[in-house]
Ligand binder design. Structure first.
Ligand code: HEC
Ligand SMILES: [Cu+2]
Length: 377
């Protein structure tokens, strides 16, 4: 081909493009609006989460292990996920101003892979961005919208158990956490104490709360676990109570989660009835049955309410053996949500021992405070 022909072809192409652009501009619903930029989008990725169509979905996401994970298993928050990843879905906590919006992002192609196989592919990354909430009157009503970023939670799917000795990796995922003040620094240290217990209700869905992502399952969430493997009626573990019944409420207020009261003196044969006032909690004794060190009398039975997801659910336990019983809430253990019951008197036993080293720091602090109190009973 000689140069003249090339130039002619070039002019023809430019003219065609001009006509095409003019055609689309003409289709603009409001063509009176000034058009400032026209960009020719060569990106084939769909940006809408409801119609995820990707022309060439990547079949593998294992490059995550070079891009976002180092050789030791330390994870880095990707910096481009908001603009080039897919918004999978989200959650809103309207009562919580400081972390009301939870938006979840994943790589392009993960949705297609999930819809094909029913599982998250190796190397899939999920990022939950947590933002504050504000609200005001708009022409549509009283509307809430998101403010600044507070924190990011990140999970990386690992089907090959690549980092068996790194405490951030397990159950098929890497788990990490970043704060706005230093997004380059992961602040989680151990997924079991920092993350896992709170994800137990989602255990059957690979630890992911897929009900928040209808795009994965077209809203068909019948495979979801029942909302509560929980005590819908009160559970009686020991012989029928002959003693008094004491009530402890379980509460969530903003970011505070607590048993009220968190310390109680009762008599052998008395029953304690825990009532869930708000939030999702458990009443779980420190006992090897519950994967924790023993902190109840040796001869006593362990107890665990299961997750109480709804307000008004109760759990009862009748205490027969004298001594000190320590218990915790599984979802909020890491925040120091623990309590103690002294039955009869504070006999020297596992419940009075100083807190075990491997317990999270907030638990250690709370237990030493409760121990001080128990010793005086
Ligand atoms: C207080 C309980 C709690 C703790 C602690 C917690 N999570 Fe979650 N996480 C949840 C709940 C509940 C959801 C879904 C609803 C929501 O966002 O509130 C969720 C959602 C997520 C999501 C979005 C994907 C999904 O599962 O739906 C990621 C990613 C995530 N968490 C990672 C982590 C990591 C990593 C940690 C530890 C550093 C962690 N989480 C600690 C309760 C918790
Ligand atoms: Cu709790």
């Amino acid at each position: 081909m000689d140069t003249k022909v090339l130039i002619l072809l070039g002019i023809a192409a430019a003219a065609t493009l001009g006509v095409v652009v003019w055609f689309f501009v003409g289709l603009e619903p409001d063509s009176s609006k000034p058009i400032t930029t026209i960009s020719l989008n060569t990106d084939t990725r769909a940006t809408s989460s409801t119609t995820p169509t990707i022309l060439n979905p990547p079949s593998s996401f294992t490059d995550s292990f070079t891009k976002y994970v180092d050789g030791m298993g330390q994870m880095t928050l990707p910096d481009d996920f908001r603009s080039s990843w897919i918004h999978l879905g989200g959650f809103v906590d309207p009562g919580n101003l400081s972390d009301g919006y939870h938006d979840v992002y994943t790589q392009p192609g993960v949705i297609e892979a999930y819809r094909r196989t029913g599982t998250f592919p190796d190397g899939a990354v999920l990022i939950k961005e947590v933002r504050g909430l504000t609200s005001g009157n708009m022409t549509t009503g009283h509307i809430s919208w998101a403010t600044d970023v507070a924190i990011w939670f990140m999970m990386v799917k690992d089907e090959q158990n690549r980092y068996p000795n790194n405490p951030l990796w397990g159950e098929g995922w890497g788990w990490s956490l970043y704060e706005e003040k230093d997004p380059n620094k992961n602040i989680a240290s151990n997924y079991q104490s920092d993350c896992l217990s709170c994800h137990i209700p989602a255990q059957d869905n690979d630890w992911i709360y897929i009900q928040g992502y209808p795009v994965l399952h077209d809203g068909q969430v019948s495979s979801l676990p029942p909302p509560a493997q929980s005590p819908t009626e009160s559970t009686q573990v020991e012989p029928p109570a002959t003693g008094e019944v004491h009530t402890i409420t379980i509460n969530s207020a903003g970011s505070e989660n607590f048993f009220e009261p968190d310390r109680l003196l009762i008599q052998p044969g008395d029953t304690v009835k825990w009532v869930n006032e708000s939030g999702a909690h458990t009443v779980t004794s420190f006992h090897p049955d519950n994967a924790r060190p023993l902190r109840i009398p040796e001869s006593a039975t362990s107890f665990d309410s299961g997750v109480m997801l709804e307000t008004g659910l109760t759990f009862e336990f009748t205490f027969t053996e004298p001594g000190v019983y320590d218990y915790f809430c599984l979802p909020h253990e890491f925040f120091g949500m623990v309590g103690t019951i002294v039955v009869g008197e504070a006999l020297d036993g596992p419940g009075l021992a100083s807190a075990q080293e491997d317990l999270p720091d907030p638990v250690k602090d709370a237990l030493s405070d409760l121990n001080e109190w128990a010793k005086q009973q």
